[in-house]
Every structure is written in C-alpha cells, then in structure tokens.
Design a protein around this ligand. Structure first.
Ligand SMILES: NC(=O)c1ccc[n+]([C@@H]2O[C@H](COP(=O)([O-])OP(=O)(O)OC[C@H]3O[C@@H](n4cnc5c(N)ncnc54)[C@H](O)[C@@H]3O)[C@@H](O)[C@H]2O)c1
Length: 364
C-alpha cells in the first residue's frame, strides 16, 4: 500500500520517493523508471536473496541481470566498482541499462557511484532496505566509495530516477541496525521540525516496535525534510550542511574506534547529544531542550556519550572530518528544537567540555 510519494527536485532533476508497504513487487512503481529493456540489479549476498525475487516478478518484461557484492562496509571500494563495471562491459550493457540498487547504504553508495561513472552515467533506481538508507542514504544523490585513507573520499553527486521505500523490508533487519536508523530520524526532527520531534517523542515506542503506519509516517516525513534541504542546496554549498548535525562528532567517534565497532547511527546518536550539549554551553539552546534531545536518544537505545577510551583523540579527528572547511572547524549546532545552524568559531574549551572531559549534559 502506497503511503506517500515525495517529490525531490535537485537542479533540473526531479524524482519521486515512494513510501509504503508491499511496494517491491508492484510493477507500476518501478517499471516507469527503467529506461531501456535491460537493468542490472546491484545488491549484496545478504539482501539480494531476500528481495530480488520480488523485483524479478515486478520486472517480468525487463531483462534483469544481477551483481551481488559481499556484505560489509569493507567492500564499499573502488575495486568493487571496477568489478561491477567489468560485469557491465562483459554483459554488453549500454547507456540504456538502468542500475537498481537494492540494499543498505553500502550497496546504495556503491551502486550509485557505479551508475554515475559507467559510460559517464546510466540511470539508476534506489531501493533502500535499512532504516538508515530509507531516511537518509538513498535520498539526495550523494554516492561514494571509501579510500584506504578516508571514508567516502571517492564519489559524485548523482541523483536516482526514483527511490522505492518498502517498509516491509525492515522486518528482516537486525534490531541494532534498526535502532541505528532511528538516530537519523531524530536528527531530522532536531534540525528542521519541532512538531515532528514531538511526534517522535510520542511515537518512539511504535517506531521501535515497527508499527507499519508509524514507520511509513516517520520515513516519509524524514524524506520530506531531507528533500526540502537538498532542493535548496544540492551540492552542499550551504544549507545542506545542516543534515550533518551530530556527524562531526559521530565521524570522529567512528574513526577513533575503527569503522564497524559502532554503527554509523550509533555514533550519530552520541553526536546529536554532544551537539546539543555544546549548543547549550554556547548559550544557544535552552538546557531543557538539550535534555529532551538526550532523553529521546537514550530512550531509542542509542549511546549518548563517546566511549571513554577514545575521548582524547576526538578533537584532532574532528578537524580531519571531510565536513571541515579550509577555514577551520565548522559545527552544526542547535538554536532550538527544529532549528540548526552552522557555527564557525566555537571556543576550544567548550568543545573539550562536551567531548566528555567536562561536567555538562554529556557527562551527566
Ligand atoms: N549517500 C548518503 O547520503 C549516505 C548517508 C548516510 C550514510 N551513508 C552510507 O551508508 C552506509 C551505511 O548504511 P547502512 O547503515 O544501511 O548499512 P549497510 O548497508 O552496511 O547495512 C547494514 C547491514 O544490514 C544488512 N541489511 C540491509 N538490509 C537488510 C534487510 N532488509 N534485512 C536484513 N539485513 C539487511 C546489510 O547486508 C548489512 O549487513 C555507510 O557506508 C555510509 O557512509 C550514505
């Protein structure tokens, strides 16, 4: 059942994001976005076997080729893109082939980048199957793979033809992955919509229990918020940076621990609380609102503080984050729930306090 269709405009490109349940095998939603007679389904060894049969059924009239990656962030590499490109060349795929990305953010980013570079770009469709990918990674056209020296260092802005979000796919998702996705849902409320934040506070238990109607609403509202921001600033020259709320702290935690130790969403959970804490120390955010953010992140089952053992490294790693500009560290801070802003000069002593050496909200 289709719950909502959000239209995302990025420059000249406009595309639908369909959200609902039991959508995968509906030919009417996917067929219009397959440009030629042929498509390549890129997935991984975990997700492919679960959902490829539904897509095959929906695309009966399309010649559907498959390329499955091994599962894991470790395979989000240029080598795998080269391998997928080789698969396309050997299969004599032309520019009319549509690439379908079926999986979490790792598959979406890798398949999206492959679509961006194969013969200078072929159409692609995103079918995200993790909550994180449904509310974040599949929307907005950022594609990338990792380099040994840095995450997401090789990539392109490349928009899909459509995003198809079937909430039924979340049923097989491990609980820890689901909870990690909730961090990005909370982030959207904090940065853009206080009413949505309140709604999440009221419906968190249903979100965690995966109530289908509640999930559809959460995903649709998050996609709407992300779409509005991306429409304003596709290439992240300004406002799109707000979507990185919690991420400069989060990336530093992930990097200090070694990628994979904490899930991305877990690091974002702690990052959101740290951003709220720092905003409060800056005198921007009312303490009561900082506490509400921390309480919601805690209720979701996400971490709210960086692990003690890595705190000493975080400040240095924050400067290395790709979101840092030439001018220095830029942080996304919270003015009030529903409003975030970029702040360029934050006193070092306050950052140190927030990192956990201090005694404020994070440490409480
Ligand atoms: N492009 C963007 O804008 C953007 C935004 C945020 C994150 N990302 C990227 O996304 C990646 C993280 O994505 P993720 O959190 O989705 O992780 P992921 O893609 O690694 O998926 C997590 C795990 O869940 C499995 N899985 C996926 N769907 C499943 C399902 N329905 N049932 C059972 N298992 C399933 C996967 O095989 C994997 O083991 C990172 O590489 C990150 O850099 C990109």
């Amino acid at each position: 059942m289709l719950y909502a269709t959000i239209s995302l405009t990025a420059g000249e490109h406009q595309y639908p994001i369909h959200v609902g349940s039991d959508l995968l095998s509906d030919p009417a939603l996917i067929t219009p976005h397959i440009q030629g007679r042929r498509a390549l389904l890129i997935s991984n060894e975990t997700v492919g076997p679960l959902f490829a049969p539904s897509i095959r059924r929906a695309l009966e009239d399309v010649e559907l080729d498959e390329y499955f990656l091994p599962d894991g962030e470790a395979f989000k590499t240029l080598d795998r893109v080269t391998d997928a490109v080789e698969h396309l060349i050997r299969g004599e795929h032309t520019r009319d082939t549509t690439i379908i990305a079926l999986g979490g953010g790792v598959v979406g980013d890798t398949a999206g980048f492959t679509a961006a570079v194969y013969q200078r770009g072929v159409p692609f469709v995103q079918i995200p199957t993790t909550l994180l990918a449904q509310v974040d990674a599949s929307v907005g056209g950022k594609t990338a793979v990792n380099h040994a020296l840095g995450k997401n260092m090789i990539g392109a802005f490349y928009q899909p033809q459509a995003v198809l979000i079937d909430t039924d796919t979340l049923k097989s998702l491990p609980e820890r992955e689901r909870i990690a996705g909730v961090a990005e849902v909370i982030k959207h409320g904090v940065l853009a919509d206080s009413g949505y934040f309140e709604w999440i506070e009221a419906h968190l238990d249903e979100i965690l229990a995966q109530d289908p109607a509640v999930m559809s609403h959460a995903i649709a509202r998050s996609c709407e918020i992300k779409s509005e921001v991306v429409a304003d600033d596709e290439k992240e020259k300004g406002r799109r940076a707000l979507l990185n709320l919690g991420h400069t702290f989060g990336h530093a935690i992930e990097s200090a621990l070694g990628y994979g130790e904490w899930l991305h969403g877990e690091a974002v959970g702690a990052g959101l609380v740290m951003a709220a804490d720092l905003s409060m120390r800056m005198g921007m955010l009312a303490p009561a609102d900082a506490v509400r953010i921390k309480r919601l992140v805690t209720r979701a089952g996400l971490p709210v503080m960086p692990p003690e053992g890595v705190r000493g490294q975080l400040r240095e790693l924050m400067s290395r984050d790709k979101k840092a500009s030439d001018a220095g560290l830029r942080l996304i801070l919270v003015r009030r729930i529903g409003e975030a802003e970029v702040v360029e000069s934050v006193p070092e002593a306050l950052i140190a306090d927030t990192i956990g050496i201090g005694e404020g909200l994070c440490a409480a």
